[in-house]
Design a protein around this ligand. Structure first.
Ligand code: GCW
Length: 670
């Protein structure tokens, strides 16, 4: 553990004295808002003081560095008496988090309990930026990269503040589809600049690395992890990085996935590759986050492939390696069951990767609060995969979210999307927080505490289910338009391409029914990869929750759903409901106009209008298409389609320009 004052010592004498000085000053004199400090506190405590002052926190607040039983390094205790409020923490970062906590309470019109203790559940709470060195952001809908090729300092510092305010303490600066150039001296120097700017906010930097870097950058004959020269190359690189960035966090690696190089190119395993990097970083305390997002065709069912590739490697990774697993077994769909890898590698630390950017959830056009999705996932892995116990026993406790941040003035493409960044940070700190609580906190801090705003909290909490309903209800998945993943294309089936890149592969509709049979009895047996309690539940079509029905079963069109409706009717009902929910969101928003800033109101209103049109599009496209298989009429409760299937099939959106003329059809008939 490095000391917070100089970041490269183990509590050296010099630092202890300095820290003591800061504590004394802060604890004897520092009413946050009005005290003149005689000597400089650390940059981090100075930030805490600034925040408290700017937040006009009432009363006297004392910040004190203190090791207390039961407090983790980033944890804090708040002790409130009628005279003063004390924030106590073993670290400066903890003091900063304590200050943020007080401000969060104040914004909600609440005061701290007389005694409260907060500890983060995950020690490493990380954002992954899919930012490329040319400034583009893969799956980014909020402008350009905030890091590459250059940066705007006030924007970056405000980004840092927002991260620290929710406890995010690490950021991966670049895309997992990593350019080898990332490890050149020029770019590492730039990474050092960011490390220096972010450090006071308690944020460490990490880098995504390309496994072929030794060969590509320095002409080594191979990047084989068992090759001596390759190992030395990484050791030298690690030394160079730590000279620049003494508190560098470590590497994130996407290997042998979607065309990225990796150890398997040389006949080695993921463990060989990860351990080689881990050895290079270990002398400095760095870690390797090795992604399990792989789907080489080891099995005809893509949902099984990561488990098949990784589970047998349990126990083979060094202790500074952690396996980073997307929440679901496919790819950030609006709804997926949890990945069966969670809990299946008891000897290996694992971390969840969530996607904050809305790649599959309407980009920055749709208002979709993601906390309910993450809450559902976290509850499931706690219940079925004993996540909490595993975390408690783990050497590394971490969680990552793929950022939705860019150069847009509001950071996230629209104001409401900020709530997802916020929610990720809050859940990374405490995965038991309810989405409703998080939404309430965010609304209060963003728009104030008018009682009318409770309607916005409700809108947010219902928005994810609305999106699932109008896009992919009942366990349908990956029926998006190819490439940009915006809009429906369930008919997509390109001859000659990988089967699992085609939508028809995922829904398997035919005249009998629809859905992917993943049962042991008759299907791919993906259910067998799960803990028995979940596997048995979903294996049986009668107990499988409707929300996962078509994920695990090829159900007949006449199958009776848990609602009592036959499948075809239920499908129609869900799409129609999703559309109505989208309209309801727009109405709710419109009614909130007096309580909202005008520009934000108009911007979100326009997006919600688009969302309603897109919900019509999804409903028409999916129902008309699936109707060609079910051969049944649309029930009366379904609005007649606005568009014909042929018209909808003709819509071709560009990968980067999905607002192109072919989309205008969606408006033309309304
Ligand atoms: O979801 C898919 C995305 C890719 C992404 C990949 C991954 C960074 O479509 O854009 O690449 O997952 O997570 O590696």
């Amino acid at each position: 553990m490095t000391c917070n004052n100089c970041n490269n010592c183990n509590n050296c004498n010099k630092c202890n004295i300095l820290l003591l000085a800061v504590i004394l000053l802060l604890s004897t004199a520092a009413a946050a808002a009005n005290v003149q400090l005689q000597s400089k506190p650390s940059p981090t405590t100075q930030l805490a003081l600034d925040w408290l002052e700017q937040g006009k926190l009432s009363g006297t607040v004392i910040l004190q560095r203190k090791t207390l039983k039961g407090l983790k390094p980033d944890g804090f205790r708040i002790e409130r008496t009628p005279q003063q409020t004390a924030i106590l923490s073993p670290t400066d970062a903890g003091l900063l988090y304590g200050a943020a906590h007080l401000l969060r309470l104040q914004a909600q019109g609440l005061t701290a309990d007389t005694l409260l203790t907060e500890n983060p559940e995950h020690d490493l709470r990380l954002l992954n930026h899919w930012d490329n060195l040319d400034g583009t952001v893969e799956r980014g809908y909020a402008g350009k990269s905030i890091f590459w090729p250059t940066y705007d300092k006030p924007h970056l510092l405000e980004y840092a503040r927002r991260n620290a305010a929710v406890g995010i303490n690490g950021v991966v600066l670049n895309n997992v589809n990593a350019s080898p150039r990332m490890l050149t001296t020029e770019i590492l120097n730039q990474a050092k600049t960011y490390a220096d700017l972010l450090r006071p906010y308690g944020i460490r930097v990490y880098l995504a690395v390309n496994f072929s870097s030794p060969a590509v950058l320095d002409g080594l004959k191979t990047s084989d992890p068992l090759d001596k020269q390759v190992q030395q190359w990484w050791q030298k690189k690690a030394r160079q990085i730590y000279q620049l960035i003494p508190d560098f966090g470590g590497f994130l690696v996407k290997a042998n996935s979607e065309g990225q190089p990796g150890p398997m190119d040389f006949g080695r395993t993921h463990a060989d590759g990860a351990n080689m990097l881990a050895r290079a970083l270990r002398p400095y305390g760095g870690i390797v986050m090795w992604r399990a997002f792989v789907y080489s065709p080891s099995d005809p069912d893509r949902a099984k492939q990561a488990y098949i590739e990784f589970q047998p490697l349990d126990g083979q990774f060094l202790d500074n390696v952690i396996i980073q697993i997307k929440n679901g077994p496919i790819d950030f769909q609006p709804r997926e069951p949890f990945s069966p890898l969670f809990g299946a590698m008891p000897k290996t630390p694992q971390m969840a990767e969530l996607q904050i950017t809305q790649e599959y959830l309407g980009h920055a056009n749709h208002i979709c609060f993601l906390a309910p999705m993450w809450e559902e996932f976290l509850a499931d892995i706690k219940h079925y995969a004993h996540y909490t116990q595993q975390l408690a026993a783990s050497r590394l406790r971490a969680i990552a979210g793929v950022a939705n941040v860019g150069t847009d003035p509001n950071f996230c493409g629209n104001l409401m999307a900020q709530s997802n960044w916020y929610a990720f940070g809050r859940l990374a700190w405490n995965s038991s927080l309810s989405s409703e609580k998080i939404a309430r906190e965010w609304v209060a801090q963003t728009f104030g505490t008018s009682p009318r705003l409770s309607a916005l909290v409700t809108l947010m909490c219902q928005s994810r289910e609305a999106v699932v309903n109008y896009m992919m209800p009942l366990g349908l998945h990956h029926i998006f338009a190819e490439g940009h993943h915006y809009g429906p294309q369930p008919w997509q089936n390109n001859p000659g391409q990988r089967a699992d890149w085609q939508c028809v592969y995922y829904h398997r509709a035919d005249t009998q029914g629809v859905g992917f049979d993943r049962t042991q009895a008759t299907g791919s047996a993906a259910t067998a990869q799960y803990p028995a309690a979940f596997g048995n539940l979903v294996e049986n079509i009668n107990t499988c929750p409707d929300k996962y029905l078509l994920w695990f079963h090829h159900a007949s069109w006449t199958h009776r759903c848990q609602t009592g409706r036959p499948l075809w009717d239920e499908l129609c009902y869900r799409y129609q409901t999703g559309l109505q929910q989208a309209r309801h969101m727009l109405q709710t928003w419109n009614a909130l106009q007096p309580s909202l800033p005008a520009a934000d109101f108009l911007d979100i209103q326009q997006r919600l209008q688009t969302q309603v049109r897109d919900a019509e599009w999804w409903k028409d496209a999916c129902l008309l298409y699936f109707q060609t298989f079910s051969r049944q009429p649309l029930p009366d409760f379904v609005e007649p389609p606005i568009h014909t299937l042929d018209e909808l099939k003709a819509i071709r959106l560009g990968i980067s320009n999905y607002e192109n003329p072919s989309r205008q059809l969606l408006n033309s008939k309304r």
